[in-house]
Design a protein around this ligand. Structure first.
Ligand code: GDP
Length: 332
């Protein structure tokens, strides 16, 4: 990869796809020389106009596999580009960390957007850890914003920490689910109800009245559950129905996203982003420390023996922890 940052910046400012693509590859790289160039790039991006004007509408979209995320993003993204927006689609997929492959943000799952000149789709980076993926995604978002993308959709799955991580980098967090009522509602993690700003019950196809009814009933129940979890908050997350496949209700979901944004207001949005920056700073530090701990030669040297001793009950956890930390400090 040629690392002419000035040239990349010029290309990004001109909105050139090739430059955007190369810049994102750069920010995804974990090689030290690339990290240095990526930093230079980000500083350069800050001075480009688009970021200063407030950046893009940043929306996280989450839901379990099969709920219809990619179909929904395809429908929503196409509508937005038809309305004159430029739409970036990024993905945070913790499973890609393990498999090295990516399911989310796969272009073949969004065939229409993939060939749309006003859309840019990027699959999840496989940067080793969720923290690494988050770092790359936040930087990719900055690249897209500087290139004039005014809407960025960040797709993620309902697995582990990834939803919380994505909620921490977007303005509005949209949770997609499908009709579940009664006991099945328990299957939805309470945590997601705490962070969702808008909820859509998907697959409410208008040509399938039974299914649509079921979706409406599920939406009502969810709204009730939300009132219990979020009762005292100013923003009561709306629960709507949609059908990504037919496009029905997709506009309605977007209206709620914009309503949430309006509710935040300019000051609220600025505060939210500032707080996110601070939280993200510490998340990056923690992630980096964990990496260093993992790679510390002195820790490695004692790790296996200590593991055996703790398992055998010969060394208490507190003592083992102290030894690991002492080994780590000795490495410095
Ligand atoms: P993802 O794994 O969440 O990205 O889900 P996909 O978008 O790949 O959709 C999973 C399956 O559900 C596919 O077979 C889609 O065709 C189907 N699907 C997606 N949206 C809808 C919808 O609104 N209605 C119906 N009936 N099926 C849908």
């Amino acid at each position: 990869m040629a690392l002419d940052v000035a040239e990349l910046l010029e290309g990004i400012a001109a909105g050139k796809r090739a430059a955007v693509s190369r810049a994102i590859t750069l920010v995804e790289s974990t090689r030290p020389a690339h990290r240095e160039s990526a930093r230079e790039l980000l500083v350069g991006l800050e001075s480009l106009g688009n970021r200063a004007s407030g950046g893009a509408v940043r929306v996280g979209i989450s839901g379990v596999p099969g709920v219809g995320k990619s179909t929904f993003i395809e429908a929503l993204g196409s509508r937005l580009t038809a309305d004159g927006h430029r739409v970036g689609v990024l993905a945070v997929d913790p499973s890609s960390v393990r498999t090295g492959g990516s399911v989310l943000g796969d272009k073949t799952r969004m065939p229409q957007l993939a060939v749309d000149p006003n859309a840019f789709i990027r699959p999840s980076p496989s940067a080793g850890t969720l923290g690494g993926v988050a770092r790359a995604t936040v930087q990719a978002m900055a690249v897209l914003e500087a290139a004039g993308y005014d809407v960025v959709l960040v797709e993620t799955v309902g697995v582990g920490q990834s939803e919380v991580t994505v909620a921490g980098m977007v303005d509005t967090f949209l949770f997609l689910t499908i009709a579940r009522t009664g006991d099945q509602l328990q299957g939805i993690k309470k945590g997601i109800l705490e962070i969702a700003d808008v909820i859509a019950v998907n697959k409410a196809d208008p040509d399938d009245p039974a299914r649509e009814q079921e979706a409406r009933a599920a939406a009502r129940e969810l709204a009730g559950a939300l009132r219990l979890v979020r009762g005292r908050e100013e923003w009561a997350p709306p629960v709507v129905t949609a059908s990504g496949l037919t496009g029905h209700g997709v506009d309605g979901v977007w209206e709620q996203v914009i309503a949430h944004r309006d509710h935040l207001g300019a000051d609220g949005l600025r505060d939210k982003r500032a707080r996110q920056q601070l939280d993200f700073t510490w998340a990056l530090v923690r992630d980096e420390l964990e990496q260093r701990l993992r790679h510390s030669a002195s820790v490695r040297a004692i790790r296996e023996a200590l593991r055996q001793q703790v398992l055998a009950g010969e060394v208490p956890a507190t003592v083992a922890a102290d030894r690991i930390l002492a080994a780590y400090d000795a490495d410095e």
